[in-house]
Design a protein around this ligand. Structure first.
Ligand code: CMP
Length: 139
């Protein structure tokens, strides 16, 4: 079924002017960008977004990175969109990412890994709602 997922083009990618390059991979993979905006995340937004990782040793570093430059937040739509986008992104650590994936092509490290995508339908709903009003998503 058609499914929506939440995506972030992260600071390492926006800083290198790779927004269009990442979007080209997304669109070639058959995913449709149905909402998109470039924002400077606040510390509070980043801490809320990554709340499940609060106890991890890399949490502080992760939040600092996510507010270090603008990000592009997106809603993507496609058949099996959540799993599809995870394939397109590649493994979290670019060293393990498959050829042709966004992270293989562009990510710098496990922390500066260019993109985020939701991992399940319930988290996709929550993540989309944190950044977009219903009327900002046009399928
Ligand atoms: P993301 O999919 O956005 O969700 C959690 C993020 O934590 C993940 O991508 C990585 O960028 C980041 N992350 C995971 N492991 C590490 C690590 N060992 N050091 C720094 N960042 C990490």
């Amino acid at each position: 079924a058609l499914e929506r997922t939440f995506s972030i083009i992260k600071p390492d990618a926006t800083a290198r002017n790779l927004t269009g390059a990442v979007n080209a991979v997304i669109e070639k993979a058959g995913l449709r960008i149905v909402a998109q905006k470039r924002i400077q995340m606040t510390r509070a937004q980043a801490e809320e977004f990554y709340g499940v990782h609060r106890e991890r040793p890399f949490f502080g570093e992760l939040v600092d990175f996510m507010i270090s430059a603008p990000v592009v937040v997106q809603v993507l739509e496609g058949e099996n969109g959540i799993a599809r986008y995870r394939e397109v992104m590649g493994a979290t650590n670019p060293e393990n990412a498959a050829e042709g994936t966004i992270r293989k092509l562009y990510a710098k490290s496990v922390g500066e890994n260019s993109v985020h995508g939701s991992d399940a339908p319930d988290t996709a709903k929550i993540e989309i709602a944190q950044f977009f009003a219903g009327n900002e998503i046009v399928g």
